[in-house]
Each structure stands twice: as structure tokens, then as C-alpha cells.
Design a protein around this ligand. Structure first.
Ligand code: ADP
Ligand code: MG
Length: 759
């Protein structure tokens, strides 16, 4: 049979159509099948054409619904579209198909033909289900989300959907929300148009707006984080209420701020260490006192702990971690300037939420000054008690020494200077002098020495001593004198300057092994309060400085700490008494000055004393003490003394000097004697402390009887009768016991020649 054009067209359609296709005859046998069918349903052509459709692929096509379609529905309806059939094929598994069938009548008497097109919708169905599921899931999320969610139109960002959370958050009803603009429901419109938002999308396709203040319907401000995302047709806008988080952050910030203020306003230095032991925070007191900033301590573990304090520090800190309790201990710390400070440490653990091990908060109270003050207080107490002891014995002791020295001198006058007895007596005198100097030192240390301060030029006085000092230190030590120019005046008892210089030079001599150098220097210095705050012991003001330095053995720290202790000495008993520097100390205290010592083992010693400047001119002129013993010219001297041996001594000395001597054992006797005495009396030499009446009272009494009477006081100990706080009243002549023949001769002469009347 020749193929017609229609036949050819038909054949090509069948061949090219994508859907599987079958043509059946009226017996439901396959006349034609296309390639898509063979491929889609994995049946072979030779098993298909001429076969009953139900038999295809080993009867896999015997599908009840297919039978229903072909045998029941089609004969009546002649066509059917989208008849859904589901079947599990052995070859290709479960498929969902849409069957489209046409029954073609070929004229009367002729048999019909059925065209069957099969659409496999398995994939599409699956996708549809998935979509439905995800939509459901999305809907549930939308409904139950804690975030408020708005779904907005892209073009004008009008609200299309709003979830319950946003209604709760903002207080608007569904009706008020839908179709509305965001800005009408309190959300600021500076977020932008969708086009602008698109520009800010991050890599996850989300635009994030932080900390947006939204007004709810009631007018309350709610702080929110807003996330906007492109959802194909709509824009999803999540609005998260962060008000509470913000409030707790704010509270945390406030409490941190409060804590910081507490730490900052604390006058004690405070360090907070992290769990690794690195400083994390320093308060400003720390930087002020220790000089270190946090940057300088960063990464360096405890750099301000002196080497000898590392062990105690570590063991104490270990103790904290082991016990969990806080600790307090005293130690030392190094400032950036290299100053060692005494500190009282209180340290406690601070819990760090972010790590397992805890940090430490350490309070370092600077107790350097307190410690020094304690030491000074102890020193003052010592001076007080030594003073009381010295004062207690000085009176009797000095009387005894006066007698020993006086009679020894008198005896020596009687003996041939070449006789051995003379040499023996000389030894007695030496020993007595030494004893006298010890009591004098003790009194000086305890500031119980009676002094007669005058205004003088320290350079002149020191210079006049140089010869004596050179003799004191010997020829092997060269003495260098470096006076400062135009020195300010000072006011003190010049004999105290002698004592200071002698003590310092003897110490320097003892420190120098063989040959060496001793330098005496003077200068003027001014200290301001800032300098004194930094230099302990210094007092603000203007001072005349006297420094004595040697290149001797120097001192270590331990010796340095003790040098002002009375009786502290490193020397053998015949060489040192341990009273030298304590005397200097006492003298300086008495004169409102201070001392500073620089010394290092092997590097020599410099001791500087600072005497307050006296504003005014020097009036005191030092007399050379090299004069002869001045004799008397028959003047009458009345000696009053309750100690008989002193009385006797005074008489002997004065008579030898050609004075006429009257004596009285007490004030009463003296008054009677003066009342009865017919000749003139020129001078009264009286003890100060006597039973019944003191020396000053006696002098005043006698003066009324005898207006021209001059007077000298003598004492082994200070008394307020003639001196205030140890300082002699102006114009008063005083002789310290024990005294030598020269002492007495000179002072008596001086009184008779120079003393003016008592006012
Ligand atoms: P002393 O000289 O009787 O021992 P001081 O009070 O004068 O008593 O001195 C106390 C101690 O201080 C001395 O023993 C000595 O150890 C030490 N010292 C004082 N001055 C010096 C100095 N210039 N060089 C070295 N050491 C000194
Ligand atoms: Mg000494």
C-alpha cells in the first residue's frame, strides 16, 4: 500500500512527540507506539506492536484504572483528558501518569482506533508535595515565631502579611497593619526602598539594621534589630525586640562604670590580673605611685617585684588559689623610677565567667611613709628614754666628774711634771674627760644639752676647726675644704657644730683603712614641697648644707638602718661608743635641721646635714680658745653649791686664781651671808638645782640686795629655770659640769668683764 502524505506526516509526529504515545485497535492491541514510550517505560518494540496493551512488559500494563478507562469510560465518552493513574512498574518503579485518550471512529461498520498519550507527572507531583510541605512549615514558623514578621510588597513596601508576634509587639490589629506603610506603624522610614535595601544585602541575602528604635501603638519605644530578606515575590521583614537585652547591657555598662569609678577613686594602687597572671587593668593611683602604665606592664609578668620579693609573692599568691581566701602581706615593690616602696598587699580572687581559672584583684597600699614614721617614732621614744636615763644620772655623775677632774688638775699642779705620779694623774684626767664626753653625748642625743645658740657663719666656724680636725684624723688622710660662697647664716650653739664635725670626721677616719681623703663641703640649698614629697625626711625650706664625705669602707644596708641608734657601733669597745651619729641626730633635731646619708659598701660615705637658714646677719664671732688661763684681780666671788666637794673644788681653783671666795651650801645660807657681809661681792657662781630655791631665784634675790652683782650658773643638767627647752636665755652665762680649771677661769673673767646687769 503506497504511503500517502498524511501517513508520512503522521509517522513523523508520532516519532517526534515527547510524550509516550500508543495507538490501539478496537481489540486494544497496539498498532503504533513511539520511541518515547519505549524509552520511558522500558519496553521493547518487538514485544509491543500487535500485543494486547495489558500484556506489555510482561503484563505490567494490566492496570485496573487503565482497564476502566479503555473499557468503560472511553466507549461512552470517546475522549478523556488528564486521567490520573498511579502504578508501580517492575522496570521503572512507581509512576504517576496523566492519560489522555481519543477514540477515533472510522465510519460505519469499521472498527474504532484509540489514541493514548501518556504524561509522566511523577516528578512534578513530588515537587508539588515538597512545596506544599515547605509552605506549611513556613506558615507555622510565621505564626509561631518570636520575632515579629512582616511580609511586604516589593514595590512600595506595603504590608501584606503580619504574624501574631508583630501584632503583640506593636499593639496593632491585623486590619491596621495590612496594606499599611511601615512608617505608619512606628518603624522609621529611613530604612529605604526595596532597591536601596537590596544594595545592603549581605552574602546570605539579608539586610540587617541594628538597634532601630520603633514606636509601638502606645507610644513606647522598643529597640529592635531588623532583618530584611528577599522572598521572591515579597520582602520578609523580621523585627526582633532587643529592648531587654539593651536594658541589661545598659545595666551591665552602668555597673561596670560604677566599679571602674570605685577603682579609679581608690587612693591605693590596684591591679587586676587576668587568669594568666597578666595585668589587665591598673587604676590611676597605680600609675601615679609606681609610674608604670598598663602598656608598659603588658605581657610582662610582675616586672615591678624586686628580685628578693618574688618568692614570698609567689607563695602568697599560690595560697590564695589553694585556699580561695584573700591574703594580706607586707612586701616591697619597685617603681618605674627605681624607687623601692613598702607596700601592704591585699589580694583576692575575682571570678571570671569566661574562663576556668580566675583572675586576681590586688590592692597595694603604699606604706613607705608609715613605716618610716613608725621608725622615727621608735627613734623618738628611744631618745626620750635615753634622755630620761642620761638626765637622771647626769646631775650626780657630772658633779662627781667635776670633782675628779678638778682635784686631779690641782694635784697635778703640785707634782713635778717629770715625776711618774704626774703621768698617772694625766691618765686619770684623760679617763675623766672621756667619761665626761660620754655624758655630754648622751645629753646631746637626748636633746638635754643646754645650748646657747648664736647666729654665725658656718664657713668661718668650720674653717677655724680645720687644724684641730686634721690632727684628729691624722696625716695619712688628706682633708679637703670646699666652702660654698656667701653662705647664709645659721643659728645654733657653735659647740654643737664642733661636736658634729668632730663626730663625723672621727667616723670618716675610722672608715679609712690607711690613706684616704676626707672632704668637708658647705653649700646652700632650697627644697620645695614637691621635692620633699619625693624624698623622705627632707623638709621644705632654705638650708645651709654641711657635708662630710670619705672614700672609706662605706656601709651596707643593715648598718645604715641602725647608725642613729644610741650605742650602735661596729667598732671595738675601746674605739666606738655608738653615740657619735646619734648625737649628731639629736643635735639636728634640736636645731630643726635634718641629716641625709649616702653610703655604699666599698664606695665611701657622704653625710649631709641641713641647718635651717637664719634670715639676718651673723653676729657671733668665734674666739680662739688658745688664750692663757686668765687670773683674777682680787674680786670677791660667792659660790653656792649643795655638793660639798664641788664647793671645795671651786674655792680651791678660784683662790689659786687670786679671787676672794665666799661659799654657801644652799640659797638660804647665801642670802644670810650677803646680808651680813660688809664688803662688796662682785660675782655669784651658783648651782641651778638646789633644795629650797633654784639658782635663778637666788640670783634675783641677791641682786635686790646687791644691784651690781654678776652671776654665772653651773649645772650638769638642763633646767627650765635658766633655759627654755634647753636653750639658754639671752645674756645668761652658763657653765656645764664637769668643768676644768680653764673653763672656770675663763667664764668668771668673762662675767666680771662683760656681763651687763640683769634687767
Ligand atoms: P661609733 O663611731 O662610736 O661606732 P657612731 O654613731 O659614730 O658610733 O657610728 C655608728 C656606726 O656607723 C659605726 O660603728 C660605723 O659602723 C658606722 N659609720 C659611721 N660613719 C661611718 C663612715 N663614715 N663610714 C663607714 N661607716 C660609718
Ligand atoms: Mg663615731
Amino acid at each position: 500500500m503506497a504511503e500517502t502524505l498524511m501517513d508520512q506526516i503522521f509517522e513523523k509526529i508520532v516519532e517526534t512527540i515527547r510524550e509516550p504515545l500508543l495507538v490501539l485497535d478496537s481489540d486494544l492491541k497496539v498498532i503504533v507506539a513511539n520511541r518515547s514510550l519505549y524509552e520511558s517505560f522500558k519496553v521493547k518494540p518487538e514485544e509491543t506492536v500487535g500485543q494486547l496493551i495489558y500484556d506489555l512488559g510482561n503484563k505490567q500494563w494490566d492496570i485496573p484504572k487503565l482497564r476502566e478507562l479503555l473499557e468503560t469510560i472511553l466507549p461512552e465518552k470517546t475522549s478523556f483528558d488528564n486521567y490520573e493513574v498511579e502504578h508501580d512498574f517492575a522496570t521503572i518503579g512507581k509512576r504517576t501518569m496523566l492519560l489522555n485518550a481519543r477514540q477515533i471512529e472510522r465510519g460505519v461498520g469499521e472498527k474504532r482506533v484509540i489514541l493514548l498519550v501518556i504524561e509522566d507527572i511523577t516528578e512534578r507531583k513530588r515537587l508539588e508535595e515538597l512545596l506544599a510541605e515547605s509552605e506549611e512549615r513556613y506558615r507555622r514558623l510565621f505564626e509561631t515565631a518570636e520575632d515579629g514578621i512582616l511580609l511586604l510588597e516589593k514595590s512600595k513596601l506595603k504590608i501584606r502579611h503580619a504574624n501574631p508576634a508583630i501584632k503583640m509587639m506593636l499593639g496593632y490589629s491585623e486590619k491596621e497593619l495590612i496594606g499599611n506603610d511601615m512608617k505608619n506603624i512606628g518603624i522609621p522610614d529611613n530604612i529605604g526602598t526595596f532597591q536601596e535595601i537590596l544594595q545592603t544585602l549581605n552574602k546570605d541575602g539579608i539586610a540587617h539594621f541594628e538597634d532601630v528604635a520603633v514606636q509601638n501603638k502606645a507610644g513606647k519605644t522598643i529597640y529592635t534589630d531588623i532583618y530584611m530578606a528577599d522572598r521572591a515575590l515579597l520582602v520578609q521583614c523580621n523585627i526582633r525586640d532587643i529592648t531587654e537585652r539593651k536594658i541589661s547591657e545598659e545595666m551591665l555598662r552602668e555597673s561596670e562604670d560604677k566599679l571602674r569609678k570605685i577603682l579609679e577613686s581608690n587612693p591605693d594602687p590596684i591591679v587586676v590580673y587576668d587568669n594568666m597572671g597578666y595585668p589587665q587593668y591598673l587604676n590611676s593611683a597605680f600609675t601615679k605611685i609606681f609610674g608604670w602604665s598598663l602598656d608598659e606592664l603588658q605581657g610582662r609578668l610582675i616586672p615591678f617585684v624586686p628580685e628578693d620579693q618574688v618568692e614570698i609573692t609567689q607563695s602568697k599568691l599560690k595560697g590564695i588559689y589553694e585556699s580561695g581566701n584573700s591574703v594580706r602581706f607586707e612586701t616591697k615593690r619597685l617603681s618605674k623610677q627605681g624607687k623601692i616602696l613598702d607596700v601592704l598587699i591585699s589580694a583576692a580572687i575575682i571570678k571570671d565567667l569566661h574562663s576556668i581559672q580566675n583572675g586576681l584583684i590586688v590592692n597595694l597600699r603604699d606604706i613607705t611613709d608609715t613605716k618610716k614614721m613608725e621608725a622615727e617614732f621608735r627613734q623618738a621614744q628611744k631618745m626620750e628614754s635615753v634622755g630620761r636615763l642620761a638626765g637622771g644620772v647626769a646631775h650626780d655623775y657630772n658633779n662627781a666628774l667635776s670633782v675628779i677632774m678638778g682635784f686631779t688638775q690641782l694635784a697635778m699642779n703640785e707634782v713635778d711634771p717629770t715625776a711618774p705620779l704626774h703621768a698617772d694623774l694625766e691618765e686619770v684626767l684623760k679617763a675623766a674627760n672621756r667619761a665626761a664626753s660620754i655624758t655630754r653625748q648622751l645629753l646631746a642625743f637626748a636633746r638635754k644639752q643646754i645650748i646657747a645658740p648664736i647666729v654665725f657663719d658656718l664657713n668661718k666656724n668650720a674653717k677655724s676647726m680645720l687644724k684641730m680636725l686634721q690632727r684628729l684624723i691624722g696625716e695619712d688622710i688628706s682633708l679637703v675644704w670646699l666652702p660654698g660662697a656667701d653662705l647664709w647664716s645659721v643659728k645654733m650653739d657653735p659647740s654643737q657644730l664642733d661636736q658634729i664635725l668632730a663626730n663625723l670626721c672621727v667616723n670618716a677616719r675610722d672608715a679609712i683603712a690607711e690613706v684616704g681623703k676626707l672632704t668637708i663641703e658647705t653649700d646652700m640649698v632650697t627644697f620645695d614641697t614637691a621635692y620633699c614629697a619625693d624624698h623622705h625626711g627632707f623638709i621644705p625650706g632654705e638650708f645651709v648644707m654641711l657635708s662630710v664625705s670619705d672614700n672609706g669602707c662605706g656601709m651596707d644596708k643593715e648598718i645604715l638602718a641602725n647608725i642613729f641608734e644610741p650605742f650602735f657601733t661596729t667598732k671595738s669597745p675601746d674605739k666606738g661608743t655608738g653615740l657619735g651619729l646619734s648625737t649628731v641626730y639629736g643635735i639636728m633635731k634640736q636645731n630643726n635641721g635634718f641629716i641625709n646619708v649616702y653610703s655604699e659598701p666599698g664606695a665611701g660615705t657622704t653625710i649631709k646635714i641641713y641647718l635651717p637658714r637664719y634670715v639676718g646677719h651673723a653676729i657671733g664671732i668665734r674666739k680662739e680658745s688658745k688664750e692663757e688661763i686668765p687670773p683674777g684681780f682680787g674680786e670677791t666671788v660667792l659660790v653656792v653649791e649643795d655638793e660639798p666637794s664641788i664647793l671645795k673644788l671651786a674655792r680651791r681653783i678660784l683662790e689659786e686664781l687670786d679671787y676672794i671666795v665666799l661659799t654657801a651650801k644652799n640659797p638660804k645660807e647665801a642670802i644670810e651671808l650677803v646680808e651680813e657681809h660688809t664688803g662688796g661681792i662682785h660675782l655669784l657662781l651658783t648651782d641651778v638645782i638646789m633644795p629650797g630655791m633654784n639658782g635663778l631665784e637666788l640670783a634675783n634675790r641677791l641682786q635686790s640686795l646687791c644691784p651690781d652683782l654678776k652671776h654665772i650658773f653651773m649645772s650638769g643638767y638642763t633646767s627650765d629655770a635658766i633655759a627654755h627647752h634647753g636653750i639658754l636665755d639671752e645674756g645668761v652665762l652658763f657653765m656645764q659640769k664637769p668643768f676644768s680649771k680653764e673653763d672656770l677661769a675663763k667664764i668668771v673673767r668673762k662675767a666680771l668683764d662683760e656681763q651687763k646687769k640683769l634687767s
